[in-house]
Design a protein around this ligand. Structure first.
Ligand code: AMP
Ligand code: ZN
Ligand code: ZN
Length: 410
């Protein structure tokens, strides 16, 4: 048999490499503005975000997953799964095998056994793409056997500008080390929303400061002639509702405090009856009270798609919008509290709506689409990266309306 001439093989390999270069997806940066209600866009303090939204695709709003808390929703965005499916059912939760999960508990947050599903950085890495996260819930844990190629332990003190500069530095790397999927996270709007409420002057200032960080990112991309070559998906995880010291439900006046374990007070309160007191606790709590409603986990309204996971406590109490569930100890520890803002309420309440903006070559330009669900964003991310979905994605029609039609093969 005649040997194949080497130059032919080399030409073939070159052509293959060229083809791959053509097919390589544009870098995708997933940005989270924690607690950013989409109405904030219309208050005149976010000119950069407004410009990106007008030039790209904006959803009227994003419907967060239930519960409308930070960890459950961030992880829904990157996995396409509801909290009941991915297992991060609350910011504070208990698992008989793993113990207690809290945001401040670094060991728990970094333990992959809490985190189900396949986050988009794992899907990207499996397809041979590099990934880098500048904070994202789940990014500190080894999930499905891996972490992002570059990641950092969460540090709320790292300045917004420094976070942006790190992402720009990643983009400056030589092609083989440059991440294709990146995340950026900003908590300031949420922090100030809690402290001062969603309609405060300081909230406007926090929106303006966060917008300046986005402007720094946009300027950095423009300086590299990359603004139209990079895909940006900018979301929030939930909105914010005004709370008040006059709207407090005292759980301990409804149920004997010694009959329940409660790890978290606020808007969505998981209640674990102690052994032998299950019936009495359910009897006292289940139903509507002034400022809150409680359900057995099996009887939560179907639209929450919540309650099947073993980590969901037997009884779930949900405050009415604007109310806070507390006990005597909470009140004693929060004597000076005059109210502010909170989330965790019903995910279909308008106050809990979240943000969705997409800008870049993968997305249609200059349109507003109908609301997208948090679990639908995953399909948008996979689409922008050119990755196939492992399972049917939520909201395929909405995703198609957001993604630019695929370029014809060259
Ligand atoms: P929430 O209690 O739902 O308002 O959570 C918002 C807070 O979550 C932020 O202010 C941060 O303190 C915290 N947080 C956000 N991302 C992370 C992370 N990756 N690791 C640990 N804590 C985080
Ligand atoms: Zn949040
Ligand atoms: Zn918050």
């Amino acid at each position: 048999m005649p040997r194949r001439p080497a130059p032919l093989i080399a030409a073939f390999l070159l052509a293959l490499a060229a083809l791959q270069a053509v097919a390589a997806p544009a870098p995708l940066i997933l940005v989270s503005l924690d607690g950013f209600h989409p109405d904030y866009l219309d208050r005149g303090h976010a000119p950069t975000l407004r410009r990106l939204a007008d030039a790209g695709t904006r959803a009227q709003w994003m419907v967060p997953a239930f519960p409308t808390l930070t960890f459950p929703n961030h992880y829904t965005v990157v996995t396409g799964l509801d909290p009941d499916e991915h297992g991060i059912v609350h910011n504070t939760m208990f698992d008989p095998a793993l113990g207690e999960f809290r945001l401040a508990n670094r060991a728990a947050v970094g333990d992959g056994r809490w985190w189900g599903g396949v986050p988009v950085w794992v899907a990207a890495a499996r397809a041979g793409l590099r990934t880098a996260t500048l904070f994202w819930p789940g990014s500190e844990a080894e999930i499905a056997g891996m972490r992002p190629h570059d990641w950092r332990p969460y540090d709320g003190r790292m300045l917004p500008g420094a976070r942006v500069d790190q992402v720009l530095a990643w983009l400056d790397r030589p092609a083989e080390q440059r991440p294709t999927f990146m995340t950026l996270y900003f908590e300031l709007v949420d922090t100030v929303g809690h402290a001062e409420g969603p309609r405060s002057k300081r909230l406007d200032a926090a929106v303006a400061a966060t917008d300046r960080a986005l402007a720094r990112l946009v300027r950095g991309l423009e300086a590299r002639a990359m603004l139209d070559a990079v895909n940006l998906v900018i979301v929030s995880d939930h909105g914010m509702a005004a709370t008040s010291a006059r709207r407090i439900v005292r759980l301990d006046r409804i149920v004997d405090r010694d009959h329940v374990v409660v790890r978290y007070f606020g808007t969505i309160v998981p209640v674990e009856p102690v052994a032998g007191r299950e019936a009495a606790v359910a009897q006292a709590l289940v139903g509507q009270h002034r400022g809150m409603r409680c359900w057995r986990k099996e009887q939560l309204p179907a639209r929450f798609r919540h309650g099947a996971h073993p980590r969901v406590a037997p009884i779930i109490c949900l405050a009415d919008v604007g109310w806070t569930i507390a006990d005597a100890e909470w009140v004693a520890n929060n004597r000076d509290w005059r109210g502010g803002g909170a989330h965790g309420y019903d995910n279909h309440d308008p106050s809990m709506r979240a943000l969705f903006v997409a800008h870049g070559p993968a997305f249609r330009r200059g349109q507003v689409v109908d609301p997208i669900e948090a679990r639908g964003v995953h399909g948008v991310l996979l689409g922008a990266l050119g990755l196939p979905a492992a399972a049917p994605v939520a909201q395929p029609a909405r995703i198609e309306a957001i993604l630019a039609p695929a370029a014809p093969p060259r």
